[in-house]
Ligand binder design. Structure first.
Ligand code: 13P
Length: 207
């Protein structure tokens, strides 16, 4: 993909997320792998109003080399790319239902969300929960890197999801599935549910 096509794709994705109500205000950030580095959304920018010419450019070592000042969480993205060589794009949002789930008290060893539907397992797989750190806190890098080794989808406690994909669309579809499943989970609160069996989950994870 050419530099200009990558810039256009990142801006279009920001607009899509904004139109879908998956981001609001200046919350969230995006990145896309390009030749010799990454394009990252600038800090304090509304993802619905990105300017292709002003996107931040990082080199292959994650150093800021051009455009507006990058997201204060660019390091989050580069630490995921460091352990997921197949990842081409990352989406981080503060999507409402996913954030609500990130604020629940999750017992150790239990899945963050129960395996309610096949599509959740197919698109999100096993969701990792990373303990809370202030947005921009560099200690998040280690925690997210560790979680991302095995998980393409990570939920930051009291904050929101970080989703890696082979492309922007794959990351978007996983984010949308996570957000809808979080909504379903909250809708079902207090009701007796019938999650998928471990065998059914294993079958879906095996592809
Ligand atoms: P940036 O504006 O620096 O990208 O931060 C937004 C955000 O989502 C913080 O969690």
């Amino acid at each position: 993909m050419s530099d200009s096509a990558a810039r256009e794709a990142l801006c279009r994705m920001g607009e899509r997320l904004y139109t879908r109500g998956l981001v609001h205000g200046t919350a969230g950030n995006l990145s896309l792998r390009v030749e010799d580095g990454w394009l990252v959304t600038p800090t304090n920018t509304c993802l619905g109003e990105l300017d292709p010419a002003r996107l931040s450019r990082l080199d292959a070592d994650g150093r800021f080399i051009g455009g507006d000042k990058p997201s204060k969480e660019a390091f989050l993205h580069t630490s995921v790319y460091a352990v997921r060589p197949d990842a081409e794009a990352i989406i981080h949002t503060h999507s409402t239902h996913s954030v609500a789930v990130s604020c629940l008290d999750h017992p150790e060893g239990c899945p963050v969300l129960p395996p309610l539907t096949a599509y959740y397992i197919m698109r999100v797989g096993e969701l990792a929960l990373v303990p809370y750190y202030r947005p921009g806190d560099e200690r998040l890098a280690d925690a997210v890197r560790d979680a991302a080794i095995k998980h393409a989808c990570v939920l930051l406690a009291n904050h929101g999801p970080v989703i890696a994909g082979k492309g922007l669309n794959e990351a978007l579809y996983a984010l949308e599935e996570l957000e809808e499943t979080a909504k379903i989970h909250l809708l079902l609160e207090g009701r007796k549910t019938r999650p998928l069996t471990p065998e059914a989950v294993a079958e879906l994870l095996a592809g």
